[in-house]
Design a protein around this ligand. Structure first.
Ligand SMILES: Nc1ncnc2c1ncn2[C@@H]1O[C@H](COP(=O)(O)OP(=O)(O)OP(=O)(O)O)[C@@H](O)[C@H]1O
Ligand SMILES: [Mg+2]
Length: 228
């Protein structure tokens, strides 16, 4: 302190007295919650980008129910349940699904680990020699990953294998209340035509019925007319 005073005197800068020092970090400094939230956001958004196909890199959730689901999945994942996006071809289901995952990432959650894949790719992984990890390890990964997107469920050929694999994953995620997004061209229930119930069986759709936010996207096929 004395040395500082002498140095200031030498420069004619007057007298200084010791006072309280404001050590409170600003939002740009470590220690401030906002600083750490931004760091988490950066990591999460990078993970989201790596998991997202090029076409959906600009995806933003716009549907109010999708936004609501994503916010629940951010703040209290166990209450989010399943987000089921249905509608005909090209209505923006996959876009909304990746948009929902982006919204979660941008909030900077404590944990952001995701797997996003189409149902046919998911079944391929679970077949013998379908991956290096092996089928059982893949099933466990799909059960336990904090965020899972299964895109285009219901388009694959139905078999005992696909039904059993889907049941195991959905049942475990249902029991542990882990968030899940499903997109499908099929409605959950349709008395006048094919629905998910026909495709996947009652034990799966019964679980879907309880915890699912169903969002039906309507409108034209966005792919028609040369749009992106
Ligand atoms: N809100 C949006 N804003 C801009 N582009 C969009 C939007 N929603 C969808 N698109 C674009 O429209 C096209 C169709 O959307 P998307 O692939 O999400 O449809 P889909 O419902 O998943 O179709 P399918 O049932 O065939 O899988 C894509 O190229 C997508 O990038
Ligand atoms: Mg799609």
């Amino acid at each position: 302190m004395q040395r500082l005073q002498r140095a200031l005197d030498a420069r004619g800068l007057g007298h200084v007295t010791a006072g309280p020092v404001d050590n409170t970090p600003t939002p740009d400094e470590p220690g401030h919650p906002e600083y750490h939230r931004r760091q988490r956001t950066q990591i999460a958004v990078n993970r989201w980008k790596n998991a997202t196909p090029y076409r959906y890199q600009q995806a933003v959730a716009t549907h109010p129910q999708v936004i609501g689901w994503a916010d629940r999945a951010t703040h209290d994942p166990r209450t989010a349940g399943i987000l089921f996006l249905t509608g005909t071809f090209g209505t923006g289901k996959t876009h909304e699904a990746y948009g929902a995952l982006r919204r979660i990432a941008e909030a900077g959650p404590d944990r952001f680990e995701l797997l996003a894949l189409t149902a046919p790719d998911m079944y391929a992984l679970m077949r013998p020699n379908g991956s290096e990890r092996g089928p059982e390890a893949e099933v466990k990964r799909l059960m336990r990953i904090p965020l899972l997107l299964i895109d285009d469920l219901g388009t694959e050929k139905i078999s005992e294998f696909t039904e059993e694999a889907t049941y195991r994953i959905l049942n475990e995620r249902y029991n542990e209340c882990r968030p899940l997004i499903i997109t499908s061209n099929l409605p959950v229930a349709n008395p006048n035509g094919t629905d998910l119930h026909d495709q996947l069986g009652a034990r799966i759709t019964s679980r879907l019925a309880q915890t699912t936010t169903v969002v039906t996207l309507e409108g034209r096929d966005r792919r028609m007319g040369g749009a992106a």
